[in-house]
Write a protein that binds this ligand. Structure first.
Ligand SMILES: [Cu+2]
Length: 186
């Protein structure tokens, strides 16, 4: 009994090794091929969605620094809509006291400022914050940001996208001065 088991035991192991190893190796190229087809498919999906050009993004962010201490500065930006309609719900920055979204509107021949709770950003459309229209009103920009000439901001959207940008701080020009005059009528 013992002797026959002792002799018999190694044989199945040898058999398994010899029979299964070549099969195992021959499976590998097939699996790799399937995986590469899978990844190629994924890449195609990503390329397709990128190819449409509808990626939510924020660019050309500029702050026109107020020349008058205590007066708010104005911020401008270009926002390109993504694949879906969203709203810009807030713009924040760590290094400011307060920031609001405003729109300059004309009422009875007078330029007035209106606070905006949210700004619709339609899919694939460009929305501009620019002098005389929508703008950011910024109070109390930190001296460090002013000294380095840039202010880090986060644009928060209704789909929970948060886009961080470094706005260029420009010393006050004519456009900024006009905007502050309008703001003082608030
Ligand atoms: Cu304003």
């Amino acid at each position: 009994m013992r002797t026959s088991l002792g002799i018999g035991m190694p044989r199945p192991y040898i058999g398994i090794n010899i029979v299964f190893e070549p099969k195992f190796w021959s499976f590998q190229p097939i699996m790799t091929k399937h995986l590469s087809i899978f990844f190629a498919g994924l890449a195609a999906v990503f390329l397709t969605s990128c190819g449409q050009g509808d990626v939510l993004l924020v660019k050309d962010v500029v702050v026109n620094l107020s020349p008058v201490e205590g007066n708010p500065s104005a911020g401008y930006a270009t926002i390109e809509g993504g694949p879906d309609d969203v709203s810009l719900v807030s713009v924040t920055a760590d290094d400011v006291m307060r920031m609001e979204m405003h729109e300059t509107v004309e009422e009875n021949g007078m330029a007035m400022m209106k606070t905006l709770g949210k700004v619709p950003i339609p899919a694939g459309k460009t929305v501009k914050f620019e002098p005389g229209g929508k703008h950011l009103m910024i109070w109390g920009i930190g001296g460090g940001s002013v000294a380095q000439g840039s202010l880090r901001m986060i644009f928060i959207f209704s789909n929970d996208d948060r886009i961080q940008v470094d706005a260029t701080i420009k010393k006050a020009g004519a456009a900024a001065a006009d905007d502050e005059k309008a703001d003082s009528t608030e």
